[in-house]
Write a new protein. Structure first.
Length: 168
C-alpha cells in the first residue's frame, strides 16, 4: 500500500534509449573531428592509419613508402587551375604559379543589389595544397607578393587602375 506503480511506456523508453544513443554518436563524432583538427597541427597520425600500416607486409610497406614519397613531392608543386575551387562567382583576371603556390588575381562581386563598386578587388589569392584540398589564402596586398608574381600581374593591375580612373 502507498507505493505507486508507474506503468512502463515501452515506446517512450525505446525512444529515450535511441535519443541517448544518438547523443552518444554525436558526441563521439564531434570528438573525432576535434581530434583530427588538433592532430593535423601536431602531425599526429590517425590511430586507424597507424593500425593499417602495422598490418602491412614488408612488400606493402614498400608500396606505402612509394605513395608517401609521391605525395610529399606533390606538395612541392603548385596546383593546376583545374585543381582549385575559386571563390563563388569570382572572376579570374590572371593566374601564375610560383614555387608551390598558384597565385590568382580575382574580382569578387559582393552580391548586394545596389552595390556601385561591384565587382570588388582585385584580390590576390594563393592556392596551396593542404591535405587533399587546395586551400585559398588571401594575400594582404600587392607589394607583399613574390617579385615574379608582381611582374606578371602588374600590366593587368595597371590596366584595371586606368579603367577605374576613366570611369570617374
Ligand atoms: Zn559589391
Amino acid at each position: 500500500m502507498g507505493m505507486r506503480v508507474e506503468p512502463v511506456d515501452e515506446l517512450t523508453e525505446t525512444q529515450q534509449r535511441a535519443r541517448l544513443l544518438l547523443d552518444d554518436i554525436e558526441r563521439q563524432r564531434e570528438r573525432q573531428v576535434r581530434e583530427r583538427r588538433e592532430g593535423r597541427k601536431q602531425a599526429k597520425l590517425d590511430p586507424r592509419l597507424v593500425a593499417g600500416i602495422k598490418a602491412c607486409t614488408p612488400k606493402q610497406l614498400k608500396e606505402v613508402m612509394r605513395v608517401v614519397r609521391n605525395n610529399l613531392r606533390d606538395y612541392k608543386r603548385p596546383p593546376e587551375l583545374r585543381d582549385i575551387r575559386l571563390f563563388r562567382n569570382s572572376k579570374l583576371l590572371a593566374h601564375a604559379p610560383y614555387k608551390n603556390k598558384l597565385y590568382c588575381m580575382e574580382l569578387h562581386p559582393c552580391g548586394k543589389a545596389n552595390c556601385q563598386k561591384c565587382p570588388h578587388g582585385p584580390y590576390y589569392i594563393a592556392y596551396q595544397r593542404d591535405g587533399r584540398y587546395y586551400r585559398p589564402k588571401s594575400e594582404p596586398n600587392f607589394s607583399k607578393l613574390p617579385k615574379p608574381i608582381r611582374e606578371a600581374f602588374e600590366p593587368i593591375r595597371a590596366a584595371l587602375k586606368k579603367k577605374a580612373a576613366g570611369q570617374t
